[in-house]
Design a protein around this ligand. Structure first.
Ligand code: SF4
Length: 472
């Protein structure tokens, strides 16, 4: 049983008590932050790249329905079969149908957070289909029966000792070593063999180009290329927000993504998939499918402010700079997407009733918004979601899934009373006078508020009295 967002507080406390986990994250986050800093050495250039990336994402989202239709028709023209899935269940049914129609039992999978979102591996296992992760981090996580703890570095919570122990337990013939190159070669050797025997290759999509019907895939290991070219059938899955209008939109987004994610100016591999193998071609899959998944994204899209969530290009920079994520790691959130991006996207994917604690797990320091390459105003969106978790929808607005799930009558009463008192000067004066004179009545313990704080105590005199005295 994996962690759940409903148990965020307990999971965060457990993570904080795990010294090894904290040390692993500390080292990894410092490394990624330094890499990003080097890639954006020139502040003017950084600002220009972010401005351009933001403008592209906003433009594409403003035309999302039309671009999705255009993408579908151009993919079909290229020979790519397009499927639409409203939720995880539908997406998994599409995968099952395709794989079983080929009598398949083994799929190799490149890195795809959307496939994590639909829990593809578990769903396929129930149908007797093995889904083998081929990204090294994902492979390590799969061996440990865990979920990714970071959206671009799935096994970042593990150190080399832990990886070596896992290999020793699961990889036949592995001789225990802490040599990182040997560890990587070991994983590669196992995976290479699987590409040849797999019936289907599965991948994610970083950018789906409406203008040409091209699927772009960014990666560093070459496993994405193997998954999309060696097996006879390739199935790509992506969220509906990943569509871009023009091919020319890709390079600026690609540059913003790689610099922000790993501090690279360009990744080792960049794949452009534009259809199945043609008659005169020697390699490539005979069939290419594209699964376009909604899974709550339409809810975010329907609201102009919350739509900004969909600008995300999944670089992970907000996580690497978040003082909460860097201390508790990814698993504590209990969601597929952890950290700041997880806090703003998960309420749409899972509903506010399940994720209501996540938007509050932020100091609102603003670091996430300052590094986001597409300038998503994450702190503002967190405040909006906090509000939506406690309030009725604004007049005329569509309710979010789980709207008002965190509403508390006691809290509502306190805030209504506060609002009433601050609107009536005479009442406010009387209440503050009472609070100063009866300060000894304030209890020392005020529930969870005082678990790690001292209870606030009113001053002996009101500010008004002190000022009147000073001005005598
Ligand atoms: S919200 Fe911004 S910083 Fe975070 S993953 Fe998405 S694009 Fe990157």
């Amino acid at each position: 049983m994996h962690n759940q967002p409903q148990h965020f507080h307990a999971q965060a406390e457990a993570a904080l008590a795990d010294k090894e986990l904290r040390a692993n994250f500390r080292g990894a986050m410092d490394y990624l932050r330094d890499k990003r800093k080097t890639a954006f050495a020139d502040a003017g250039e950084e600002s220009a790249i972010r401005d351009r990336a933001e403008a592209i994402r906003r433009r594409c989202l403003s035309k999302l329905p039309e671009l999705l239709e255009q993408l579908e028709s151009n993919c079909i023209a290229n020979g790519i079969r397009v499927h639409w899935a409203e939720n995880a269940e539908q997406a998994n049914a599409i995968f099952t149908d395709i794989i079983q129609s080929h009598g398949g039992t083994l799929a190799v999978k490149g890195k795809s957070m959307v496939s994590e979102e639909i829990e593809l591996n578990d769903a396929m296992a129930k149908e007797g289909i093995t889904c083998l992760e081929s990204d090294m981090g994902e492979y390590i996580v799969q061996l440990g029966r865990e979920t990714p703890s970071h959206i671009i570095m799935p096994a970042i919570h593990k150190n080399k000792q832990q990886v070596a122990d896992l290999f020793a337990e699961h990889v036949p013939g592995f001789e225990h070593t802490l040599d990182v190159d040997t560890l990587i070669q070991t994983g590669r050797r196992v995976l290479r063999e699987k590409y040849r025997t797999a019936d289907v290759g599965v991948s994610g999509v970083n950018f789906a180009v409406a203008e040409t019907g091209t699927l772009c895939l960014v990666e560093n290991e070459g496993n994405g290329r193997m998954c999309t070219t060696v097996p006879e059938v390739h199935i790509a899955i992506t969220g509906i927000e990943k569509v871009v209008e023009f091919l020319a939109d890709v390079p600026p987004l690609f540059s913003a993504l790689t610099r922000s994610a790993t501090g690279q100016l360009i990744t080792t591999y960049f794949n452009m998939i534009s259809g199945p193998r043609k008659e005169n071609e020697l390699d490539g899959p005979k069939e290419v499918h594209l699964v376009l998944l909604d899974n709550g994204r339409s809810q975010a899209f329907a609201d102009e402010e919350l739509r900004k969530t969909l600008q995300c290009i999944r670089c992970g920079a907000c996580m690497n700079h978040c003082p909460v994520y860097t201390r508790i790691g990814g698993h504590a959130y209990g969601t597929v997407y952890p950290g700041p991006i997880g806090k703003i996207i998960s309420p749409h994917l899972m509903g506010l009733e399940a994720t209501r604690d996540l938007p509050t797990a932020s100091s609102l320091c603003g670091a996430c918004g300052e590094v986001c390459p597409v300038r998503i105003p994450i702190p503002e969106l967190l405040q909006r979601l906090r509000h939506e978790a406690k309030q009725d929808p604004a007049p005329g607005a569509l309710p979010l899934r789980g709207q008002k799930a965190a509403a508390s009558n006691t809290e509502a009463f306190v805030w209504r009373s506060f609002a009433l008192a601050t609107r009536q000067p005479a009442l406010y004066r009387m209440l503050t006078w009472c609070a100063t004179r009866l300060r000894w009545l304030i209890p020392r313990k005020l529930g969870p508020w005082t678990r790690c704080r001292t209870a606030p105590k009113p001053a002996a005199r009101t500010l008004r009295e002190l000022m009147a005295e000073r001005n005598k």
